[in-house]
Design a protein around this ligand. Structure first.
Ligand code: NAP
Length: 278
């Protein structure tokens, strides 16, 4: 992409598998150091760390088991990164829990709000929304001291947010978009930006019912993207090439590698306040 990612420190929540893993490998390949987190699957973190080290060497990755919904665990995670590398420049709020935590067969069953278990509702809201608050609250002051930073919040397509039977997942992503829109304005004049990145359709991860790698699975629009779709736009957003881009929604499926980076970025992004298409 360019050399401005090299040496920067990124925290990617939920970096052990799926989209988070793809973005971690993508940033390491550009010379970044990445701290990857998960709340449960330590083995996935270890596997991803192994793959990162093959690309970026022994000191390019840190694995941290920390539930983003628990502020005290997030604080310990951030302290670990600071004691290892002295700074945090990029935060990718990617950790998320999907509808399978409400009903494994949610596509067929379409749960109604009043049938959702309170525990499932809380777990999804706490991860997808409160987790972003926790991690952003802890890392933005560090970025402000550094005079530069990136908040990249992973959301979903508008159709998913409003699809029948997609509460609370869809509801949390609406909230993430609102949070990012307001945060981007809070950050004006700080040299720190906050943007949304979405794949633009269902992507082959554990979030989709069935087995990862089973290509017979598709999203509601019949597509199933590979997690790598996130790599180029996340590298762009993490780099200094995206300086000044703030309060935008980037749609990974619209990123075109055949045109210049600036054009690809412009063609795949929309003002959060105005976008009503993706
Ligand atoms: N796949 C899609 O079609 C799609 C489409 C649009 C947007 N997205 C978004 O992309 C992001 C990544 O999802 P994915 O598809 O890659 O799903 P995934 O494969 O299930 O990965 C989710 C990651 O988040 C971690 N995680 C979940 N809850 C956590 C918590 N409370 N604290 C810390 N880590 C937690 C998981 O690890 P543990 O289970 O070990 O905690 C895992 O590493 C999510 O925000 C999702 O909403 C996905």
């Amino acid at each position: 992409m360019d050399d401005t990612i090299s040496g920067k420190v990124a925290v990617i929540t939920g970096g052990g598998r799926g989209l988070g893993k793809a973005m971690a490998l993508g940033l390491v390949s550009e010379g970044a150091k990445v701290a990857i987190t998960a709340s449960r699957e330590g083995q996935e973190l270890d596997q991803t760390a192994k793959e990162c080290k093959k690309i970026g060497g022994e000191d390019c990755v840190l694995t941290i088991q920390a539930d983003v919904s628990d502020y005290s665990k997030c604080k310990v995670a951030v302290e670990k990164v600071i004691s290892q590398w002295g700074s945090i420049n990029i935060l990718i709020n990617n950790a998320g829990r999907g509808m399978t935590y409400v009903d494994k067969d949610f596509v067929k069953n379409r749960p109604k709000l009043w049938d959702i278990q309170t525990e499932s509702w809380k777990m999804i809201v706490d991860t997808n929304l409160n987790g972003i608050f926790n991690m952003s609250k802890l890392t933005i002051p560090i970025m402000i001291k550094e005079g530069w930073g990136r908040i990249i919040n992973i959301s979903t397509s508008l159709m998913t947010m409003q699809r029948k039977g997609y509460s609370p997942y869809g509801s949390t992503k609406w909230a993430v978009e609102g949070l990012t829109c307001i945060l981007a304005q809070d950050l004006e004049e700080t040299n720190i930006t906050a943007n949304i990145l979405i794949p633009g359709g269902a992507t082959d991860t554990a979030m989709i019912p069935g087995d990862v790698g089973d290509k017979s699975r598709t999203g509601a629009d019949g597509n199933l993207f590979e997690p790598d779709i996130m790599v180029k736009p996340s590298q762009y957003l993490a780099s200094e090439l995206s300086d000044g881009k703030n309060g935008l929604r980037f749609v990974a499926k619209l990123w075109d590698n055949e045109i210049s980076i600036d054009e690809a970025a412009n063609n795949s992004s929309f003002d959060i306040k105005r976008n009503r298409t993706y």
